[in-house]
Design a protein around this ligand. Sequence first.
Ligand code: EPZ
Length: 430
Amino acid sequence: MECLEIKPSKNLKGIIEISGAKNSALPNIAATILTDQPVILNNIPDLLDVRYMISLLKSIGSNIEKINENSWAFSLKEPITLEANYEIVEKMRASILVLGSMLSRFGEAKVALPGGCPIGLRPIDLHLKALEKMGVKITKEHGFIVARGKPKGAHIIFDKITVTGTENIMMAAVLAKGETVIENAALEPEVVDLAILLQKMGADISWDWRNKSRTIRIRGVKKLKGTVHNIIPDRIEAGTFVVLSALTNANVILKNYPYELLTYVHYVLKNIGINVVQIDKNSVIVKRRNELKPAYIETKEYPYFPTDLQAQFMTLLSVVDGLSIVKENIFENRFLHVPELNRLGAKIEVSNNKVAVIDGVKKLTGAEVKATDLRASAAMVIAGLIAEGKTIIHDIYHLDRGYENIDTKLKMVGAEIERKRITQPKVKTN
Ligand code: EPZ
C-alpha cells in the first residue's frame, strides 16, 4: 500500500508537461482490434488504466510492441480468444470498449459485465440497446455479456449522451454492412480523437464536430488499415494543474496544454479571477487576482463544464471567500471527496447528492484523508499543497489510474510531496 505525504508548497517554479489523454488512449487502443495491420499510437500516457487495456489486448492475442515510454505498436492478426476476462474488466470498466471493435471484426465477443464504481452504477444499457438495434444478439450469462453477430448499419438515437457508448457504436459501425447514423452522440474531444484515428485507418465517417453536430454518419467499409496516430493531450490533467497553479501561486509553464479544449473552463476560471495566458501555441501560464470570487458551477456534457474537473474546482472554491454552488448532473454519486475536504477544514454541505454548497474558509489544515475516485484524488493533492501542516493521502491507486507520475511532476517544480510505502496498519484486537 502506498500513500502520499504532502506539505504546503508555495512558489512552485518550472515546467509541467501535460500527458496524453487517458480517455483517448483507452478507446484508441481498443480500435486497434479493428485491423490486422499494425497501428502505432504515440503520446500514450503511462497509467494503470492504460496498462490494464494493453494487457487486455495482449490476452485477446494482439502483438504489442513498446516503442518508447509513450509509444506502442499494436497488431491483431489472429485472436486467441474473444473473451475479455473478469479480473481485468472489474479493474477497469473502460474494457467495455473492446465490445464494439471485437464484434465489428469477428462478429462475436464475450465481455465481463463491468461492475459499478465509486461514482455511480455506470450502466451500459445504452451500449447494448444500440448494438441490438444493429442486429447483434446479446445475452447475459454468468456475469458476462455474450454478443453474437456482425453489426449491421442502423439509425441509432441515444436517449442520453454517452461517451463510451458513442465510441463503442462508432467502432461497431465502421465495418458494418450499410450506413449507421448516430444521433445525440457525445462531442467530447476524446470521442473526436477516436473518429480521427478511425478515419486515418480508412473508415468512412462524416461528422461536423467543429460545429458541435451530435449526428455522426458512418458507411461501413470492408477492411481497415494500419496507421500512426498521436493521442491528444489530457484536458482534465491540464485543468487540474491550472487549479493547482492558481492556488499555490505557482510560476509554472504548462506545456502541451490543449487550450482550445478548455474554452468553457477558462470562462468559469475568468469569472473566479484566474486567467490562463498563452505564451506560445502549446504552453500557458496561470495568473490570478488576489481576491477570488465564488462561483456557480454545473457539470454538463462537452463543451460545457466537465464532471471530471468538478472535484478539483471544489478544492479551489473551498478557500474562496463567499458561497459557491456546485451541481453534479452527470453521475449520481460524485461528491465522495466532500467529507475528505471537510476533514481538511472545508465547509461544504451536500443536498440529495446533487448540489454542494461551499462556504469558503480562510485556509485548510492538514490531515489524513483518502482518495475516493480517480479525479477526486487529484483534488486531495491540490488541497494538501495549500493546507497548513502535513496531509497524508491514502488509497492513491486511484490517482495512478488517471495521472501519469503526478508526484514526480510536482516534485520537479518544488512541491513537498513524497510517495511512501505503508505496511498494513496493525489492527489492535482487544
Ligand atoms: C466517460 O465515462 C469517461 N471515461 C469518464 O471519465 C467521464 O467522467 C464520463 O465519460 C463523462 O464525461 C472514459 O472515457 C473511459 P457516460 P462513460 O457513458 O462513458 C449514464 C475518468 O475519471 N449512462 O458518458 O462511462 C451514466 O451512468 C472517467 O476518467 C447510462 O445510463 O460515461 C452517466 O450518468 C470517470 N447508460 C451518464 O450516462 C449507459 O449505457 C454519462 O455516462 C451509459 C451511460
